[in-house]
Design a protein around this ligand. Sequence first.
Ligand SMILES: NC(=O)c1ccc[n+]([C@@H]2O[C@H](COP(=O)([O-])OP(=O)(O)OC[C@H]3O[C@@H](n4cnc5c(N)ncnc54)[C@H](O)[C@@H]3O)[C@@H](O)[C@H]2O)c1
Length: 293
Amino acid sequence: MLELRGKVAVVTGGAAGIGRGIVEALLEEGARVVVADVEAPVLERTVRELESRGDVTGVVTDVSDYGSVEALADTVFEQHGCCHLLWNNAGVTSGGGGNPWDQEPNDWRWCFGVNVFGTANGVLAFVPRMISSGEPGVVVTTSSGDGGIAPVPYASVYASSKAAISCFTESLAHQFAAQKTNLQACIFYPSGGLLETGLWEAQRNRPPELARTKPRPPAPGTTFAEFKAALAAAGRPTDSVDLTELGRFAVKGVKEGRFVIGHNLDSAGRLLHARADAISKGELPPSALDALG
Ligand SMILES: NC(=O)c1ccc[n+]([C@@H]2O[C@H](COP(=O)([O-])OP(=O)(O)OC[C@H]3O[C@@H](n4cnc5c(N)ncnc54)[C@H](O)[C@@H]3O)[C@@H](O)[C@H]2O)c1
């Protein structure tokens, strides 16, 4: 069991949503937490609200910009001398759903910039220093079952980005072991019910230079309210997940040394078996929507 008391943890996208739940859980464990987020006012408020619970600081960071992530790493190593836990959690949807062929180059640039390059930038800026410190450490990727396990076809860009970072994290974990480092890597799949977070309004952080050239309204069913209503109409559970509890669940998984952290992994496994069976026959594998029935 990994001991987090006094350890240094960096959480990207930790100012709100799932990341904030992770930060809260890490503070409960006694970790020293650096929250890195692009949304400065929310970051400032979150750090203020949490500072009575432990050692927490904020660094405004755009994970899609390598220079910004390198500056974050400089700050962390200057102030704390080490980093034991890097949690690449920041993520966005390019939003609106729709057909893959309607997604614009800027949808790809923004979504991959944050989700894929953001994860890579964290690894490039932090891991060499984590390795040379000789301290034990963990790199966690917040991925998504959408892409990490099977795609939601109308969220094709987001799903592709999450498939990429799940694959990257596997490679990372293998190489950490092969190179006999003191580091581990793992993947967190947020799960356990409806996740009512700012992801549904991720466009708030979209840089103007990566705006769509042809603005289009969200496709039907892609707002949180519509998604919830569709689940209710299908007789499916619509309970929202408590994000602090989700953070505790994820941190517990890290402490236990799991490679995959998520709820209902048995049903993910059944879907992956069905996908493998289809692939072995040269057929189109079932999507995440097929699995819902
Ligand atoms: N909400 C879901 O249903 C769901 C499901 C599976 C996976 N996830 C993943 O969970 C992670 C957290 O998302 P969330 O649902 O809490 O959404 P959220 O919008 O509430 O939180 C994301 C955080 O990332 C920050 N962020 C956005 N762009 C950034 C950038 N360029 N640099 C630094 N920070 C940036 C935001 O300001 C925000 O604080 C994401 O990786 C998301 O893909 C979410």
